[in-house]
Design a protein around this ligand. Structure first.
Ligand SMILES: [Ca+2]
Ligand SMILES: [Ca+2]
Length: 272
């Protein structure tokens, strides 16, 4: 991987603090190469299983969807994980690489802990037999954030190794998630933030774990959650919170107001 790719990684990493929730599936396509080993197609092809084989963007293997992309001989893709990491959990498989079909389609698997700048060869797998791999097989101790798959043949209905979903298996997937949506908070109220989500919160509008909301506007809180697996890093998110004016019922921008008898009633005039 070159510096340009690394810069893209950093961009996605920074986005992950604000845009993405934690997700076990592969998130980004770092690199790809179509060898042309299947002369019927001039670029990547695949299917969602509902019809024939069509040209596809190799990014169809990201996330959780029914599509797969085929890797005819010498074609490859490298996928990255930006909001999760995978580690060698004891006594279990760690990475799931779903290969569609049972036609003994083969691939070489490489793993990376530096987002594809360097790789460690895991081994050759037969997609018709193996979908889950155990990092213990090579004694790998790093945190995996990229996987490269290289097709080795042109077997099967869709020639080549057919890559569908790729993810960290439960127990081997770092799962701390600092992403959080906070409700709007009324001006001049207080809110105990630790009661909403565990972890460490910090912001200049926090006093003893309580949001003190004298002003309206949008404020940013830093939220740090410790992962339950000690090998995994903590997760950090910058969480926005909106402080709004509220009516006498505590509804942001609500229509109720206090009348002359100190009762909170619906107002048919302008919002207060
Ligand atoms: Ca992910
Ligand atoms: Ca393992």
């Amino acid at each position: 991987m070159n510096l340009k790719i690394f810069a893209v990684f950093l961009l996605f990493l920074s986005c992950s603090f604000t845009l993405f929730g934690q997700d076990k599936y592969a998130d980004v396509l770092i690199d790809s190469y179509y060898s042309g080993a299947n002369p019927a197609f001039n670029n990547f092809y695949g299917s969602d299983g509902s019809g024939g084989i069509v040209l596809v963007n190799p990014e169809v293997c990201l996330g959780n969807n029914p599509w797969f992309v085929s890797l005819p001989k010498e074609s490859y893709i490298t996928v990255g994980f930006v909001d999760n990491l995978i580690f060698n959990a004891p006594n279990q498989d760690d990475i799931f690489i779903q290969e569609k079909g049972s036609a003994s389609e083969l691939a070489d698997i490489y793993i990376s802990s530096d987002f594809g700048m360097t790789f460690t060869f895991f081994g050759k797998i037969n997609g018709g037999v193996t979908n889950a791999i155990d990092l213990e097989d090579i004694g790998y101790t790093g945190l995996v954030n990229a996987i490269k798959m290289v097709g080795l043949d042109n077997n099967g209905f869709a020639p080549g190794f057919d890559v569908a979903r790729i993810y960290g298996i439960t127990g081997a997937n770092c799962s701390a998630n600092a992403e959080f949506d906070l409700p709007d908070v009324c001006q001049d109220s207080t809110l105990d933030i630790t009661g909403i989500s565990p972890g460490i919160w910090s912001a200049n509008i926090l006093q003893d774990s309580q949001i003190v909301t004298l002003d309206t506007g949008t404020f940013i809180l830093m939220h740090v959650v410790e992962d339950k697996f000690s090998i995994c890093p903590n997760d950090t998110a910058m969480v926005p919170i909106h402080i709004t004016p509220c009516d006498c019922q505590g509804t942001p921008y609500g229509k109720f107001e206090v009348d002359n008898c100190d009762k909170c009633i619906e107002s048919y005039g302008l919002n207060i």
